[in-house]
Design a binder for this molecule. Structure first.
Ligand code: GUN
Length: 285
């Protein structure tokens, strides 16, 4: 192995400790805790695990959190009414409606109903637009976590670097490209319609793989010394968690690489805490 590991668990621990300190300082100053509301509709097993982890993470850093669970039969109007109530609740600084929602509910409509001041997922159009034009707003947690990982290895400023993002989703690929651009990188976004992916990734100093498919990036596609960030969460033939990157091959070529599990995964919830912390600090001046 030549690549160094970017350890998402260790970095998360460090960032969460900083958040816990900020939360304690806010309590000392204002008597108020940062508050996150997590809303789950239905009984998707993966979502149940995610929301439990989010609530637990809040407790660990001294936040106030509420978990609202509703039956899958909840109507869209009922959910919108709950979002509105949370928008008006002064003890809540961040609102997260866990996706996916049941089919009869329009997730876009629900996300847009969240006040931009509390959109700690950063999924709403206003948050995405703020990122695009460089205005203050909440950044989507997964790409924000990737940026934090780059920063942790001394790559906060990417001037003169070519960053290649594989994937163009609204929640990872597109905001990732915007954040890399804001860090001064030259950015290429590749996707399923890209003609010669390997020819492009071989030019990259930084590669972010966010497709949701195994072995999208193999050793022959990576320039020696490049930084490889793996956002993928897949299962291999043995049912083991794996990313989009052929880790065993790519680690022999890359300079830095994130593992799966233990890489980007823990950073997503960490950045949710960072966003909620920031929202609370804004609310209390
Ligand atoms: N479902 C899977 N990941 C996420 C996330 O980061 N936020 C929300 N709201 N739903 C999700």
């Amino acid at each position: 192995m030549t690549a160094q590991l970017i350890d998402g668990n260790a970095l998360s621990k460090q960032v969460r400790a900083e958040v816990a300190q900020r939360a304690a300082a806010l309590v000392a100053k204002s008597g108020k805790k940062p508050g996150l509301a997590v809303v789950l509709v239905g009984d998707n097993p993966a979502s149940q695990v995610y929301v439990r982890n989010k609530v637990k993470a809040c407790e660990d850093v001294g936040f106030h959190s509420v978990l609202e669970k509703y039956e899958a039969a909840m109507t869209e109007a009922e959910l919108l009414a709950r979002v509105e109530a949370l928008n008006n609740d002064p003890s809540i600084h961040g609102i997260l409606v866990q996706l996916p929602l049941p089919k009869h509910i329009d997730d876009h409509k629900v996300i847009e109903a969240i006040s931009p001041a509390k959109d700690v997922d950063g999924f709403a159009v206003e948050s995405a637009g703020a990122l695009m034009v460089g205005e203050p707003g909440f950044k989507a947690c997964t790409p924000y976590g990737c940026m934090k990982m780059l920063e942790s290895i001394g790559m906060k400023n990417l001037r003169g670097k070519h960053a290649v993002v594989i994937g163009r989703s609204n929640i990872v690929g597109k905001p990732m490209a915007m954040m890399l651009l804001a860090a001064d990188a030259t950015v290429t976004v590749c996707h399923s319609g890209t003609a010669d992916l390997a020819a492009i990734t071989r030019q990259a100093d930084v590669i972010v793989a966010a497709v949701g498919k195994r072995k999208v990036l193999t050793a022959d596609m990576v320039k020696p010394g490049a930084v490889v960030i793996d956002v993928g969460m897949n299962r291999n033939d043995e049912g083991k968690l794996c990313g989009d990157v052929d880790f065993d091959g790519v680690k022999e070529v890359a300079g830095w690489i994130t593992p799966v599990p233990g890489g980007v995964g823990p950073m997503t919830i960490t950045m949710l805490l960072v966003n909620t912390m920031e929202s609370a600090e804004r609310a209390f001046g």
